[in-house]
Design a protein around this ligand. Structure first.
Ligand SMILES: Cc1cc2nc3c(=O)[nH]c(=O)nc-3n(C[C@H](O)[C@H](O)[C@H](O)COP(=O)(O)O)c2cc1C
Length: 383
């Protein structure tokens, strides 16, 4: 029976454990480039024991970014900075994953802490946003949306393929396409955002065509031996939007097109959501288990997975295969070590580089003075 610390192998890639640093947009790039900040952020999480480490969503075109401060993989000059990121992750024992994205009608923003508003197309830091249909998201995303032509959709698929080529050159070993959170892929899948009457709209088969063609295009450049995965907006939590049953059907079809793993999230194609579960622990797990069992594909989920006993239990019970951590990975670079201590792992410091672990194991200190509260046997949470 696997647990949170068991290795996980997919294709030619083996992760040292089941703990993933989920992609998180950081608004720290200039011209889409990775820099010292990203090397620090990813390097520290890999050194802290995360098995799979994602930088933020990287845009496949400049207008696929969230803001002009967001990372990209749309030109070859960006490969060098990405190599620094993959190299530090690998050096610290992790596997480097990339998330390719296009923000679609949710792009052209300012940083959240500067108000997060959408900028007009003629603003020096803004651009014309695009989508499957000329329907703005609403709320703060109020500017007109350009409806993509079929030729423009084909160009976007070419951009995904070129980004995959760069990702491989930069040393990534796991590729995820970001088709959740109201971004371009998510909006093609959702009847709320997609009102097209051509081959990309209407029926479920048509609404997943964007995804299937993108998978085919990416696989042309991304080696068969490396995992090709997708974060899917699998439920809009709205009766007019994506229904989870349709997502199960779509993922089965994607598997036929080479999808190796499904990372399930919410559609976020509308603010009008019913039965919003965002305060509930581990609320995506049930959906993940259904896809794992019915489609027969390995699955990971995020959302409120940061309690070690819960993260461990869902792996032990084989409900899902990988645990994605967003906010816990931001707040605690050593979350895996903390979890290992909470779960009575026999050697929690095996999760950090050996050149730290050796000292922590061998250089005796007062029990309370190694940077962690002393473990009280009775208080340990065993899953
Ligand atoms: C600061 C921040 C930035 C995020 N950026 C992305 C992103 O670039 N791509 C993505 O798929 N999800 C993004 N997310 C969502 C996380 O990857 C994760 O799915 C979500 O936070 C739920 O996991 P959690 O409960 O562990 O935080 C972001 C979340 C946060 C907090």
């Amino acid at each position: 029976m696997p647990d949170l610390f068991s290795p996980f192998t997919l294709k030619d890639v083996t992760l040292r454990n089941r703990i993933v640093m989920s992609p998180m947009t950081m608004y720290r790039s200039v011209d889409g480039l990775m820099n010292d900040y990203h090397v620090m952020l990813m390097g520290s999480r890999a050194a802290g024991g995360f098995g799979l480490v994602f930088p933020e969503q990287l845009a496949i075109t400049p207008d696929g970014r969230t803001s002009t401060s967001c990372g990209g993989i749309y030109n070859d000059d960006q490969i060098e900075g990405l190599k620094r990121v993959t190299s530090i992750i690998k050096d610290m024992g992790g596997v480097a994953a990339i998330q390719l994205g296009h923000t679609g009608r949710k792009g052209s923003e300012v940083k959240p802490w500067e108000g997060g508003r959408q900028l007009a197309p003629d603003d020096p830091n803004g651009w014309q946003v695009v989508g499957p249909s000329a329907i703005p998201y609403g709320g703060k995303y109020s500017y007109p949306v350009h409806e993509l032509t079929v030729d423009e959709i084909k160009d976007i698929h070419k951009s995904y393929a070129q980004a995959a080529r760069r990702a491989y050159e930069a040393g990534f070993e796991w590729l995820e396409m970001h088709y959740a959170h109201g971004y371009l892929g998510a909006s093609f899948f959702s009847p709320i955002a997609n009102k097209r009457t051509d081959q990309y709209g209407g029926s479920l088969e048509n609404r997943m065509r964007f995804h299937l063609e993108a998978l085919d295009a990416v696989r042309e450049e991304w080696p068969e031996r490396l995992p090709l995965t997708m974060r899917l907006g699998s439920d809009d939590l709205n009766s007019e939007g994506v229904q989870f049953d349709d997502s199960v059907v779509a993922i089965a079809k994607m598997k036929e097109h080479g999808l190796d793993f499904a990372d399930l999230s919410i559609g976020f194609n509308t603010d009008e959501m019913k039965d919003v579960p965002f305060a509930q622990m581990a609320f995506m797990v049930e959906r993940g288990t259904r896809v794992k069992r019915e489609v027969g594909i390995p699955v990971g989920v995020s959302w409120n997975m940061g309690l070690p006993a819960v993260a461990d239990r869902v792996i032990r019970e084989e409900l899902i295969d990988l645990v994605f951590l967003g906010r816990p990975a931001l707040s605690n670079p050593h979350w895996p070590v903390w979890a290992a201590r909470e779960l009575s792992h026999n050697d929690p410091f095996s999760l950090v580089p050996e050149d730290w672990a050796w000292w922590l194991r061998n250089f005796r200190a007062h029990n309370e003075c190694i940077g962690w509260p002393a473990l009280d046997e009775g208080a340990r949470k065993v899953a």
